[in-house]
Design a protein around this ligand. Structure first.
Ligand SMILES: [Zn+2]
Length: 221
């Protein structure tokens, strides 16, 4: 899943308005942010294969540290703890922020379990699961776009633009995510694993940076 993860990040803003959108995005996409780093380091493994289905161009041979349920639970606890230690919020606020960040990190496993073929590990070396929604391109796109629409709507209602940046950069962020998603439906396999990892990491960094910028120019309602 792609924009579906960002949908949950947008929607979470209503529950924890003081947590920056970029941090919510990082939590929902922590698996896919660690993954290119671990791929580049040779710790996890992916193979590019030709397929007429644009969602099935990658064979996730092994990704126990970025995508197993156990490790995502641990990363979720760690991210919550880091946030608690670094944010100046009341104890109640930082406790609910930690819970939401943990839930977002683990939600990545649940959404990928729905979409992926049975390649999502429970724990490193453990059994792998996946319901394979990706086998149907139409169903995947419909479900993800509806999720994304709802998430964006919740964020738009939970916040209001302070200025033109808050309004138009927000529109730009939504458009950028949609364009990246639509481009991925083009069905062109990445030229190499190294190129795939680079694009994934740079794309994530740009998205988080824009989300940070947008969110600073919007006030919570
Ligand atoms: Zn993923």
């Amino acid at each position: 899943m792609f924009v579906g993860h960002f949908a949950l990040g947008f929607a979470a803003k209503r529950t924890v308005p003081r947590v920056p959108l970029a941090v919510l995005f990082l939590a929902a996409q922590l698996a896919d942010t660690l993954w290119p780093i671990l791929i580049a380091a040779g710790i996890e493994d992916v193979r590019i294969e030709q397929n007429s289905n644009p969602f099935l161009l990658l064979d996730f041979i092994s990704y126990p540290y970025s995508h197993s349920l156990l490790l995502l639970a641990i990363w979720g606890i760690a991210l919550g703890a880091i946030y608690r230690a670094s944010a100046s919020a009341s104890p109640g606020e930082s406790a609910s922020a930690s819970v939401v960040l943990f839930a977002l990190v683990v939600s990545h496993w649940v959404l990928d379990w729905i979409t992926h073929r049975p390649d999502m590990p429970l724990y490193p070396g453990g059994p792998r699961f996946g319901l394979g929604l990706w086998n149907s391109v139409v169903a995947t796109v419909c479900i993800e776009l509806v999720m994304f629409g709802v998430g964006v709507w919740i964020y738009a209602r939970a916040t209001r633009a302070r200025d033109a940046v808050g309004r138009w950069a927000f529109v730009g962020l939504v458009a950028l995510l949609l364009l990246a998603y639509l481009a991925s439906l083009g069905g062109t396999a990445p030229p190499s694993v190294a190129a795939l990892a680079t694009v994934a990491l740079v794309g994530a960094a740009i998205t988080f940076a824009i989300a940070w910028w947008v969110d600073r120019h919007r006030a919570t309602v």
